[in-house]
Design a protein around this ligand. Structure first.
Ligand code: SF4
Length: 415
């Protein structure tokens, strides 16, 4: 089966840690960042030797990739093109946090010009809020004014695919506050908006503060109310709600936005992605792997000409179909029986010893196979459908807007 492949490159550096962040990121000086770029380029070379297909998306994520010196980013991009066959129309995204593009306008301009000349055609900015007090509380290093300035400069330079991230349900924030943030973000007319509800993750300063009673989590009911009001606002402003947390701007008269994130869509469609860099994970033809998150080990492995893979797992047929349903249900279109069948048969396609494919699966109709695999969950799934939380039709399954609120419960039927 023809599968798309994306490339994810992780940059684990940030100016400072945000108060809610549990991602793999830390502060490091310029010499560490340079050493990292060199090791990464070697990893790109080693990984490129093992892959002969084409790359349809490249995603520089983090951490904060925009913290890297542009000359290093340019060398990394060249290494990618030298070692991988990147399609001419590939979506190439960089997470470019406001506050790291530069203090002065001319510095921001120079950095963005350099990104464009490298072929980067999509910017993803971690805006999170347009209220300076809330930004400060979140531990962000930028202001709302920085966001407006950076987006305007990017527009002047021709960037026509920009994502802005928004966080809601920040402790102390009301639904109205969150909607005001969303309105200010919409005013900038980004092509894509990602909206996440703030989670208090263990090990973060916010988690500690909540433990000590200094802040309290927004109650579930209020969080859901805010989420649905944001959906309503974004839909009314011309955005397509195409995935639980993601919205893409519609062009006049079309029902499907051309600005859906192609890279993230690979994750939700069980396509392939190669993950490179510290702590990055990848999925290739039914095999999941994860790189070490220990920087010294990362450097050591690459110095010994070895890929820094820490864990590798061959998915069984059930793992594949389960992951396809779990991620597919995040999309507005949900999961089709045909996609689920293709995922199930992926294990046998790879000749995996861990496949455990039901005999005759290939000859079964896609819906028959689906309900054979998930026979034990069928009754409960149909109950959800009867309650209007899920739609089951001849194509497959999808969540309703009401169903999204209990998506974890519904998805857990398929794991
Ligand atoms: S910028 Fe992003 S990755 Fe870095 S600390 Fe903040 S939330 Fe985490």
């Amino acid at each position: 089966m023809d599968r798309k492949t994306g490339l994810y490159i992780h940059f684990p550096f940030c100016v400072k840690k945000c108060n809610y962040c549990a991602f793999l990121s830390f502060n490091a000086d310029e010499s560490v960042r340079r050493d990292y770029a060199n090791a990464l380029m070697h990893e790109i070379e080693l990984a490129g030797r093992r892959f002969s297909g084409q790359i349809s998306t490249v995603y520089f994520g983090g951490g904060t990739p925009s913290i890297m010196d542009v000359s290093l980013m340019s060398l990394i991009m060249k290494a990618i093109r030298r070692n991988f066959d990147v399609l001419p129309d590939a979506e190439i995204t960089i997470e470019a946090n406001p506050g790291t593009l530069g203090i002065k306008d001319r510095v921001v301009r120079a950095k963005l010009i350099a990104y464009r000349s490298m072929g980067i055609n999509r910017l993803s900015m971690g805006v999170q809020s347009m209220d300076n007090v809330r930004l400060h509380m979140l531990g962000r290093i930028h202001t709302a004014e920085n966001v407006v300035r950076d987006v305007n400069i990017a527009r002047e330079l021709g960037f026509d695919n920009i994502n802005l991230d928004l966080i809601f349900s920040v402790p102390g924030e009301s639904t109205e506050d969150a909607l005001e943030d969303a309105r200010k973000i919409i005013d900038l007319r980004p092509e894509h908006i990602s909206c996440y509800s703030l989670q208090l993750e263990e090990g973060t300063p916010f988690y500690e503060m909540a433990e000590q009673g200094m802040i309290s989590e927004v109650p579930d009911e209020e969080d859901r109310e805010t989420y649905h009001r944001i959906i309503e606002l974004l839909r009314g402003s011309g955005y397509e709600h195409y995935e639980i947390s993601n919205f893409a701007r519609l062009e006049d008269g079309s029902g499907r936005s051309p600005y859906r994130s192609q890279h993230n869509s690979l994750y939700w469609s069980l396509d392939n992605y190669i993950g490179l860099g510290l702590g990055a994970s990848g999925f290739m033809d039914g095999v999941r792997y994860r790189n070490t998150d220990d920087m010294e080990e990362y450097f050591r492995n690459l110095a010994e000409d070895q890929l820094p893979v820490m864990e590798e797992k061959i998915n069984s047929a059930f793992d594949n179909i389960s992951e396809a349903v779990f991620t597919g249900l995040r999309r507005r279109e949900g999961i089709t029986y045909e996609e689920a069948k293709a995922a199930y048969l992926l294990a046998s396609e790879q000749g995996s010893t861990a496949s455990g494919v039901i005999a005759g699966a290939e000859d079964m109709s896609a819906d028959e196979l689906f309900w054979k695999v998930f026979a034990e969950s069928r009754e409960e799934t149909e109950e959800y459908a009867a309650q209007g939380l899920l739609v089951i039709d001849e194509e497959g399954l999808r969540l309703t807007e009401k169903g999204v609120d209990i998506s974890n419960g519904i998805m857990s039927l398929f794991v």
